[in-house]
Design a protein around this ligand. Structure first.
Ligand code: TMP
Length: 201
């Protein structure tokens, strides 16, 4: 693999997606091809699965399996081909989100997720993961202001506390890969931190 795989993570309302255009611009200015994508989604089939998984009530394990079904397509059709030709792949969420949401918040067994991860990803892991961290109250306030929340965004503060803890735990367990960003600062400040990290890659 010649390119680099960058993922963005954080609770709903942490503001991660706002930084995508800036990250793309920095990488393109360095002459890199950038493939910007997201999960669940990233392929036509993945986007259809996204609609189902974000809006239909279902068992947490069904949700997990659909996330990995979408991911299988995403890796095969988008991520691996882009990395193989030397592109930078920027994905708005990846498998850390499954550990945070389905395992951390919805109690799906971690070993089941690990099994799917090995099956679907083989050796593929992000080179770097930017975790946008905000206090739960901030995330909840931002979501209350959103106009049409999906089923995850309608959850309560306890649910988001479990997500935040699971993400921070993932960061502790994978210190070489994670960069934890304090996203509870003015946008300009967060943007500067993001820029510094991307420039250091
Ligand atoms: P987004 O709003 O950041 O695009 O993410 C969509 C939602 O999907 C978000 O609430 C997190 C959730 N999600 C999971 O629950 N598990 C996963 O594996 C992924 C990728 C996303």
């Amino acid at each position: 693999m010649l390119g680099k795989f960058i993922t963005l993570e954080g609770m709903d309302g942490a503001g991660k997606s706002t930084h995508i255009p800036h990250i793309i611009a920095i990488l393109q200015a360095q002459g890199h091809e950038v493939v910007s994508t997201r999960e669940p989604g990233g392929t036509p089939l993945g986007e259809r699965l996204r609609e189902l998984v974000l809006h239909e009530p279902m068992h947490a394990e069904t949700e997990t399996l659909l996330m990995f079904a979408a991911r299988r397509e995403h890796i095969d059709c988008v991520i691996n081909p882009a990395l193989a030709r030397g592109a930078y792949v920027l994905s708005d969420r990846f498998t850390d989100a499954t550990y945070a949401y389905q395992c951390g918040a919805k109690s799906v067994a971690a070993d089941k997720i690990e099994m799917l991860e090995k099956w679907v990803q083989a050796d593929l892991q992000p080179d770097v993961t930017l975790l946008f961290d905000v206090p739960v109250e901030v995330s909840v306030q931002r979501l209350l202001a959103a106009r049409s929340p999906d089923k995850f965004e309608r959850e309560n503060a306890e649910f988001f506390t479990r997500i935040r803890q699971a993400y921070l735990q993932r960061a502790l367990e994978n210190p070489a890969r994670f960069r934890v960003i304090d996203a509870n600062q003015p946008l300009d400040e967060v943007s500067k931190v993001v820029e510094k990290i991307i420039l250091s890659l």
